[in-house]
Write a protein that binds this ligand. Structure first.
Ligand code: HXC
Length: 258
């Protein structure tokens, strides 16, 4: 497929997607969104691919936000009629695992896209922020909700009201990112983590993802029941038989995804 605003490569069972507008610090315009929707859907439906890494090109930015120049002249009815940004929900509906490898600025929409990932691995130079207030607006791709769920009200409110940036160390301490690595090793570490996930029984990977995400949507008792039923369901899979046999026989498992 011909993409122009992103790059898509496959490395074994891992898909690497790179936001590719370095001249605009990978600002997220409509073209980026359209191409990401396509690339993520292609990943999700490709049985040979089992994990995806999203990163930014250049050292400076993962993404410095939604494209301000594209939004500047839009009016309320333009935004409302286009249901602007609603397309990002398609990216969040990806069923297989994906990781955001944040290599620099993740601001506004950039921070919001990173938070759509199953988890974030950040370089020590990463900077997160929701500076929309300085533009007279607010987060519009889920940031006010996902940031609050990730780091709690006090820090999320401070970030949104002041627009300040949060460095990688604070982001890890606050629970926004899973792990911080030196900038020079970011991609290698993210791909290594993705390979680890891609080597897992694929049904179990999707089930684990689905159940952690359920914690954001369901009351505790319902979430625990959802977990238990999915857990029971996996006993109907070939990979459960294989996984447990492999453990008992002290050998690596050989997954069919069935
Ligand atoms: C369009 C952008 C951009 C953006 C940077 N650029 N961010 N273009 N939309 N979000 C462009 C600049 O215009 C410039 O283009 C080039 O990228 C390099 O950026 P500089 O500003 O020259 O770099 P630097 O001085 O190093 O500053 C880096 C920065 C700054 C601190 C990250 O670029 C910045 O503050 N960017 C905006 C961050 C932001 O407000 N993000 C939130 C966007 S709103 P030229 O052509 O001049 O070289 C958003 C909200 C979504 O995401 C929901 C609400 C509607």
């Amino acid at each position: 497929t011909d993409y122009s605003a992103i790059l898509v490569e496959t490395k074994g069972a891992v898909t690497l997607v790179t936001l590719n507008r370095p001249e605009a610090l990978n600002a997220l315009n409509s073209k980026v969104l359209d191409e990401l929707i396509h690339a993520f859907a292609a990943y999700d439906s490709d049985p040979s691919q089992h994990c995806l890494v999203l990163t930014g090109s250049g050292e400076k930015a993962f993404a410095a936000g939604a494209d301000i120049k594209e939004m500047q002249s839009q009016g309320f009815s333009d935004m409302y009629n286009a249901n602007f940004f609603a397309g990002w929900e398609q990216v969040t509906r990806t069923r297989k695992p994906w990781i955001a490898a944040v290599n620099g600025f993740a601001l506004g929409g950039g921070c919001e896209v990173a938070m759509m990932a199953d988890f974030i691995i950040a370089s020590d130079t990463a900077k997160f922020g929701q500076p929309e207030i300085k533009l007279g607006v607010t987060p519009g791709m889920g940031g006010s909700q996902r940031l609050t769920l990730a780091i709690g009200k006090s820090k999320a409110m401070e970030m949104c009201l002041t627009g300040r940036m949060m460095g990688a160390e604070e982001a890890e301490r606050s629970g926004l990112v899973a792990r911080v690595v030196p900038a020079a090793q970011l991609l290698e570490e993210a791909l290594k983590t993705a390979e680890t996930i891609a080597a897992m029984p694929p049904l179990a990977a999707v089930a684990n993802k689905e159940m952690v995400n359920a914690a954001f949507e369901m009351p505790l008792a319902q979430g625990i029941n959802f977990e238990r039923r999915l857990f029971h369901g996996l006993f109907g899979s070939e990979d459960q038989k294989e996984g447990m046999a492999a453990f008992v026989e002290k050998r690596p498992g050989n997954w069919t995804g069935q």
